[in-house]
Design a protein around this ligand. Structure first.
Ligand SMILES: *Cc1c(COP(=O)(O)O)cnc(C)c1O
Length: 482
């Protein structure tokens, strides 16, 4: 094509291509609609159910234009009001969080400004802000300044980074895989076993260490197992403990496990994805020893109540992280002189990514840390309140939890597992408040996880009423016909 032809073609596309850059008056109008939508959504949160399950309508992409108004109605019906209402105070299943508004504002601004936070030279401010968040996390968990870390999409990816560092530090590859041993407990989150598979360690030996009645790893038993494995010529290299297990909210005895790890010179990893930020509360003593671990994961999208999509990992041995995560290429040459550790891309499998630093930094700076700590303290009390209420109603409750997750079951005289499953079904059908179930010590149990920042005493009262109502239905059904 000659220049004339190119110019003619360019003119042809000009009007349509410019439409993506919405002009100012329309932009203001769209923003107003989004502000209205989100306000109505938040105001309505106390009135909607915690859980409902509807058939999903037609979400197929149809070429052509649609009004934002129409698309937001569709979003509300098909997405926001369908399934677990994770932003609501009534999400008391799995591990909730909520999603503080300030983070949403940060995400919006980040998406508009679109900084490339992965490389320091590309956006020094964004990289520095992300690094400041990591530095703050290091101070919370008493990690040394020399430790490295980054913000990830969540606990699962954080685990990949941490366990890869452990693998590389101990050079677990080729034939060595089959004799290498990882120690963890039955209560470990399944993302751990998944991570081992993903990073090529499917064939390592996994030892499930004995736990006590509180579901905590027994350090003496761990030590014995390591001694035995060493004597048998195996290669122990990694201990994984949890600070806040998903099922029972248990914190393993980190200090004692750190002793074991140190004596045997093993890598000590702690999964604090759910429980981590409780270190800021009256429960801080439970976390003693966390500063002695080699790697740590924490999920700000759980116990810091940020919207889904932000986890973090801290690792003490920077060389171990860089071994797999630092790589370069000719087209990256402009950044070569920058200090390696200032660029988040060198600590993470991700290159181009959402700039997550601002969604953590902004809420912390806007609110200060106090309201976050109050929310956590409140959850600790609410779970105690809930357990007392349920005991009064004749329920059995699990052991006193370390944090804000607990479980219960009703002592039906026959087929308790089946009847408690029925009770769970009734609760899901009711849906006023969302709870989930698990199997603990071979028993079907119903879990309560109080962590959403909007959850207050009124929500727990509503949960208790709902459970009472559903229990009545189950008891009534199980009466023999007259
Ligand atoms: C949620 C959770 C994970 C996984 O984190 P994601 O952010 O969901 O990927 C890992 N460990 C524990 C203890 C968790 O609660």
């Amino acid at each position: 094509m000659n220049i004339q032809a190119i110019l003619k073609e360019l003119n042809k596309f000009a009007i349509s291509s410019r439409e993506l850059d919405i002009e100012e008056t329309e932009r203001v109008e769209l923003l107003r609609q989004v502000a209205d939508y989100t306000s109505t959504f938040i105001v309505g949160l106390n009135k909607v159910k915690g859980f409902s399950q509807n058939e999903v309508g037609d979400l197929s992409i149809k070429n052509g234009k649609h009004s934002l108004h129409q698309l937001l109605s569709q979003y509300q019906a098909e997405v926001a009001e369908n399934g677990i209402n994770a932003a609501s105070p009534k999400h008391l299943g799995y591990i909730p969080g909520g999603g503080v508004f300030a983070s949403a504002l940060a995400d919006f601004i980040v998406a508009v400004t679109n900084p490339f936070s992965s490389a320091y030279y590309a956006s020094p401010g964004a990289a520095a802000m992300e690094n400041e968040v990591v530095k703050w996390l290091k101070s919370v968990f008493l990690f040394p300044d020399s430790a490295v870390g980054c913000l990830t999409s969540g606990g699962s990816v954080s685990t990949l980074i941490a366990l890869t560092a452990a693998r590389d530090k101990f050079k677990i590859k080729n034939d060595k895989i089959f004799s290498s041993v990882v120690y963890l407990s039955q209560q470990v989150h399944h993302s751990t076993q998944k991570a081992l598979r993903i990073i090529g360690l499917e064939d390592v030996i996994v030892r499930y260490v004995p736990i006590d009645e509180q579901h905590r790893i027994v350090p003496g038993a761990l030590n014995e197992q390591i001694e035995k494995d060493t004597a048998d010529g195996l290669n122990p290299f990694l201990i994984i403990a949890t600070a806040g297990t998903t099922d029972t909210g248990t914190v393993d005895p980190l200090h004692d496990i750190a002793d074991v790890a140190m004596n045997h010179k093993l890598w000590f990893h702690v999964d604090a994805a759910y429980g981590g930020f409780f270190i800021l509360t009256s429960k801080k003593d439970l976390f003693k020893g966390i500063e002695r671990t080699d790697s740590l994961i924490i999920d700000p999208h759980k116990s810091l109540f940020l919207p889904y999509g932000v986890g973090a990992v801290l690792v003490k041995d920077s060389d171990a992280v860089l071994h797999s995560h630092y790589y370069t290429a000719n087209y990256m040459q402009d950044g070569h002189n920058e200090e390696l550790l200032k660029s988040p891309a060198n600590i993470s499998p991700e290159l181009t990514k959402h700039f997550r630093g601002f969604r953590v930094w902004l809420p912390l700076q806007l609110h200060g840390i106090e309201p976050f700590i109050s929310c956590l303290e409140e959850k600790l009390l609410l779970v105690q309140y809930f357990r007392l209420k349920l005991s009064e109603m004749g329920f059995c409750v699990g052991p006193e939890p370390d944090l804000s997750v607990s479980y219960f079951w009703y002592p039906f005289s026959s087929n308790p597992d089946e009847k408690n499953r029925q009770l769970m079904d009734e609760i899901h059908k009711d849906g006023s408040v969302f709870l989930s179930s698990s199997v603990i010590d071979g028993r079907f149990v119903i879990r309560i996880a109080i962590l959403a920042f909007r959850t207050k005493k009124e929500t727990v009262d509503e949960a208790v009423e709902m459970i009472e109502r559903c229990l009545k239905n189950c008891l009534f059904e199980s009466l023999p016909p007259q």
